[in-house]
Design a protein around this ligand. Structure first.
Ligand code: LMR
Length: 328
């Protein structure tokens, strides 16, 4: 057991970009699943780490574990409640075991673009959702943007009927399962770290994700192409445990939350550009990117939008109306 512990420790130290924490500092482990380069979450997490370690030196010390090296998204929230990790930023699709309120973000064609997502999150309803899991021990600290989702497969996708009969990896979300079923496709929930292999070996035929994830995970290498559908959104909740936040003294907590808020504003303003850059990188690397005609896009909307009816009771008609008013 001792040697396994030593191995785990040295592996952890190798993966975390740690500056070396002092014994009397509060150690904040931040586990996430994406790459760090040319990725909205990866860049934001690195900036947060840099600022906390520079400005709170001697008080707090942050270690970031990217690329699912510490936990995948299915494990991280339980680990957080156990006190094994203090910070995470899973996509809003991954809180189903804790709340159904975030389902609004998974509904296809609910938000016209990332600015509309931002405006909804900034509203009273969006801000109240940060507190929706307190009873379950989790505290939302803010929303980090990724961007709009695109659709890829091992065949060209131009109309939703092209997806008929194909297997698509989805995040672990009932809304996304229903969305794929609405196209006649077969949804396969799967951890993010397993998607490349599943696409490569044909366990699944396709997937949906943002440009930064298609680039970061190299999905384009094992797909016929990626179609710019912008049909949904991947956004993140920066989350911690109620207990851990309560354990901080007021000054430390305020300084930490202020830095986090500043990083959130700075990096959210860049998320669209980061995804555009990733799209260009895919094209430059020989990946195929397809655009839809207005007519084709209407067909995707028509196929997917009926999914809203299945989840109205979970998300609230008033929230759907608010989101639509923002789009207008
Ligand atoms: C996914 O599982 O596809 C995403 O949630 C990964 C991420 O964190 O962007």
């Amino acid at each position: 057991a001792a040697s396994i512990a030593a191995l785990t420790l040295s592996a952890g130290a190798a993966f975390a970009d740690t500056m070396g924490c002092d014994g009397d500092e509060i150690v904040v482990k931040f586990a996430h699943v994406t790459n760090t380069d040319r990725h909205p979450k990866g860049i934001a997490a690195s900036l947060l780490q840099e600022r906390v370690n520079a400005e709170m030196d001697g008080t707090m010390c942050m270690e970031v574990f990217p690329n699912s090296t510490l936990y995948n998204d299915d494990q991280v929230l339980e680990a957080m409640l156990q006190g094994d990790v203090q910070l995470a930023a899973p996509s809003l699709s991954k809180f189903e075991a804790f709340t159904r309120q975030f389902r609004i973000f998974d509904l296809p064609f609910m938000f016209a673009n990332i600015d509309a997502v931002d405006a909804f999150q900034a509203s009273d309803a969006g801000q109240a959702m940060l507190d929706s899991m307190q009873r379950r021990g989790l505290q939302g600290l803010g929303y980090w943007h990724n961007g709009m989702k695109q659709m890829s497969a091992n065949v060209p996708l131009e109309l939703p009927t092209d997806a008929d009969g194909l297997k698509f990896r989805v995040q672990n979300s009932d809304v996304l399962v229903a969305q794929m079923e609405a196209m006649g496709a077969s949804p396969q929930p799967m951890a993010f770290s397993e998607v490349y292999g599943a696409l490569q070996t044909g366990v699944v035929d396709g997937q949906e994700n943002t440009w930064s994830n298609v680039w970061g995970q190299k999905f384009f290498e094992v797909q016929d192409g990626t179609t710019q559908t912008d049909h949904g959104v991947i956004d993140y909740l920066v989350v911690t445990s109620v207990d851990w936040l309560d354990s901080l003294d007021a000054d430390t907590r305020d300084q930490f939350l202020t830095i986090l808020d500043e990083v959130t504003v700075t990096r959210n303003a860049e998320s669209f550009a980061v995804n555009e850059e990733a799209k260009e990188s895919i094209i430059a690397a020989g990946g195929v990117v397809r655009q839809l005609t207005d007519e084709q896009r209407s067909a995707w909307i028509e196929a997917m939008k009926p999914v809203w009816d299945q989840f109205v009771d979970d998300v609230g008609q008033e929230n759907i109306d608010a989101a639509q008013a923002i789009n207008a």
